[in-house]
Write a new protein. Structure first.
Length: 455
């Protein structure tokens, strides 16, 4: 006889109008929450490229200082899988909402403290030690934020538009980038000595305002109905991480499918600031290009995500990966042209369009790859492993290779192509999930597939 499908938890009935209001509120919460998280995280990356080498790693060759500064950038990424495990465990055990409040508070607090941190000239070696510590806390916080925010939206949404609704959380990344670029653009317009003395602190200190708004919205969000049903039945996983790693295929695929998007993101945003300013662009010109690109991404992300609801997650992600690889060398050639206008075009094509097409459907895709009982842990850990592999060390590797090749941008383009290739290959092994129902111990397969594989 055919094996019976896993039981699907039935959410507590909710008035349709109230459910629609909650869905909009959850989507706004996901947007604001991830915007706050990425604002804080990307402000660090931007300022690290501009002044952290001289402020926290003095006495070294400027290139070495920049690489050392990006070492703390990587420290934040290394901590992200840890955050996914810790917050994922308690999110699958206790609930999504409480963990999201904790991640936002931790991220905002760490960012604010970076803005108050004394430099090397004041407290010596303790300055970089404290900087790395706070960076690790940022990484832990963002490691738990994305998964919780995304699956809250997906678990509140209906089956037909999960991709579109999850794009609100995905849009938090370019929105946070846009806000960070705007704020940093204002402060870098200051005289260099004033920016190095105190101006770099302003973007970090301003994060407390975003934190207040984000927490206010997030407090009004109700718990995920799917998790509430699991909690009501007392069916929570006792050890979500063990349940995920016992069946590692989904975790491995989730980690690999996002590598292309994060490689392109880190190289064409944070690292690009150091590279472009190093070949003669003014800092405001580079930040303007990033601002325009983030604005374009805010349009491309929901469009790509909505398209994935119609044609599937896999073809949209694959199209973005192919575009990213095809555009890598032309994009870097435009950057090397020295033209501010062509620099904007390069970042828009490489990041705003190609990278966003890959990144948009990932929220729904990774969430659909895991069952309700382990979804927070599985989606978070897969996503954060992808960021660690694709983005955590890319700036350092790119900086070392560019220096070793006489300043050539070829290694940057090759890294972008390599990340896109990993994503493209992985997509062929990922099962299409855009029509799958959510719930149960594992994602349920579509009825047609069940009939085909039943003995």
């Amino acid at each position: 006889m055919p094996s019976s499908p896993p039981p699907v938890p039935v959410p507590v009935p909710v008035d349709p109008a109230e459910r629609a209001r909650q869905l909009r509120r959850v989507a706004l919460s996901g947007l604001l929450g991830t915007a706050v998280e990425f604002y804080d995280f990307l402000v660090y990356g931007t300022v690290a490229a501009l002044v952290f080498g001289e402020l926290f790693f003095p006495g070294a060759d400027p290139a070495v200082g920049t690489i050392a500064a990006f070492g703390t950038f990587a420290a934040g990424y290394v901590a992200r899988p840890l955050g996914g495990i810790v917050f994922g465990h308690f999110g699958d055990r206790l609930g999504r909402k409480s963990m999201l409040l904790l991640t936002m508070g931790l991220m905002g607090g760490a960012s604010f403290l970076i803005g108050l941190l004394p430099t090397y000239d004041t407290i010596g070696v303790w300055a970089p030690v404290l900087l790395i510590t706070l960076r690790v806390l940022q990484g832990i916080a963002i490691g738990g934020e994305w998964g919780g925010a995304t699956l809250m939206v997906v678990e509140h949404a209906g089956e037909k538009r999960r991709g579109l609704w999850s794009s609100f959380t995905q849009m938090g990344a370019p929105l946070g980038s846009l806000l960070s670029s705007l704020v940093v653009t204002l402060v870098v317009a200051m005289p260099r000595d004033q920016f190095a003395a105190w101006g770099w602190r302003v973007p970090f200190l301003l994060s407390v305002l975003l934190l207040g708004v984000g927490l206010f919205v997030r407090l009004k969000v109700v718990e995920s109905p799917l998790f509430a049903a699991v909690k009501k039945d007392g069916a929570e996983s006792r050890m979500p991480l063990l349940d995920v790693v016992r069946r590692p295929r989904a975790l491995v695929l989730a980690a690999c499918v996002g590598i292309g998007a994060f490689t392109a993101q880190s190289l064409l945003t944070s690292y690009l600031i150091a590279y472009a300013t190093g070949i003669g662009y003014a800092r405001p010109q580079v930040l303007t290009a990033l601002t325009v690109s983030a604005s374009v991404a805010l349009v491309v992300l929901p469009a790509a995500s909505a398209l994935s609801d119609r044609v599937g997650r896999r073809p949209v992600v694959l199209a973005g990966a192919v575009a990213s690889a095809a555009l890598a060398f032309p994009v870097l050639a435009l950057v090397d042209s020295g033209s501010p206008g062509l620099l904007i075009l390069a970042v828009v094509l490489g990041h705003g369009v190609a990278q966003s097409t890959m990144y948009g459907p990932l929220g729904a895709l990774l969430t659909e790859m895991f069952g309700t009982k382990v979804r927070y842990t599985g989606a978070s850990l897969g996503y954060q492993l992808a960021t660690l592999i694709g983005a955590g060390f890319s700036p350092m590797i790119a900086g070392s290779l560019v220096a070793a090749n006489g300043g050539s941008s070829t290694p940057i383009a090759l890294l972008v192509c390599g990340g896109a290739a990993v994503t493209a290959v992985t997509v062929w092994f990922v099962r299409e999930t855009h029509r799958d129902p959510l719930g149960g111990d594992e994602p349920a397969r579509p009825a047609a597939v069940k009939q085909e594989v039943a003995p």
